[in-house]
Design a protein around this ligand. Structure first.
Ligand code: FE2
Length: 255
């Protein structure tokens, strides 16, 4: 199993604080059946800058350390880029790191409380450059949470989305779980990933999510999600079905 979103690189952001914690995370990942992790440190987030060259160097280093400790896990390079207006400009491309450096998919994080107006045009520009944006954890964005039709618009225009294992199994509350389920059920999410930051407060929950998905949706859904993750890291096309807009029930009248 591949985990496409994880803050395992030590000392770069609010993920693994040091190498010891990174190794604990690696061991937990292996125990949960994960064979490869896309390391996705924050970039352009207000606190952290982790340009491409920096990430590539740290990925190589952690792979060496894992080998020394005989931990059977491969780290692939990636980034979680906070949405910014110049993201699709040619002079930014040297700093941005696509998933597994394939050039085809970029993990994009929206600000927690907003979906900026410029995002749609920006995504169009990215896609014109051959880069498909993957919206990470839309279920944790207040606008997508309150107005899931806004996510439909982006997916319908060609973006992909990843929900977080913890959200799906209810660790972030009922509303976030409900939206996560709806996004999966309506072809509005294409990946489930851990977004793990450590082994305690924000662990992997991949086994728990696998069990949940199998119980709720059947094994075929697990296979589909795993296949999507494989295709993503290989930079290949991801099979997708037409998304469906989520209709919110509206209540009229007096109760
Ligand atoms: Fe993240």
């Amino acid at each position: 199993m591949i985990d496409i979103h994880c803050h395992i690189l030590p000392g770069l952001d609010d993920g693994a604080a040091n190498e010891t914690i990174a190794l604990e995370m690696a061991q937990q990942a292996v125990a949960e059946g994960i064979t490869a992790i896309v390391a996705t440190p924050h970039h352009r987030n207000r606190h952290w800058q982790n340009p491409k060259a920096n990430v590539l160097q740290h990925v190589a280093q952690l792979n060496e350390t894992l080998k020394e400790h005989a931990i059977p896990l491969t780290i692939l390079p990636g980034q979680e880029v906070r949405l910014f207006g110049e993201m699709a400009e040619p002079d930014q491309q040297a700093e941005l790191l696509t998933v597994n450096n394939s050039g085809n998919y970029l993990l994009v994080e929206f600000p927690t409380m907003q979906v900026p107006q410029y995002a749609s045009q920006l995504f169009f520009n990215l896609q014109t450059n051959g880069v498909t944006p993957v919206i990470v954890h839309p279920e944790r964005n207040q606008v997508f949470l309150d107005h899931p039709d806004r996510l439909y618009q982006f997916i319908n225009e060609g973006a992909l989305a990843q929900i977080t294992a913890a959200s799906l199994i209810g660790k972030s509350g009922n509303k976030v779980q409900k939206r996560s389920r709806q996004f999966l059920e309506n072809q509005l999410a294409h990946f489930v990933a851990s977004d793990a930051h450590n082994v305690t407060q924000r662990p992997f929950y991949r086994q728990a999510a696998q069990a949940y998905i199998e119980k709720e949706y059947g094994f075929q859904m697990i296979e589909q999600l795993n296949q999507n993750a494989e295709q993503l890291v290989q930079g290949k096309q991801i099979p997708r079905e037409q998304p469906t807009a989520i209709k919110e029930k509206k209540f009229f009248g007096l109760f």
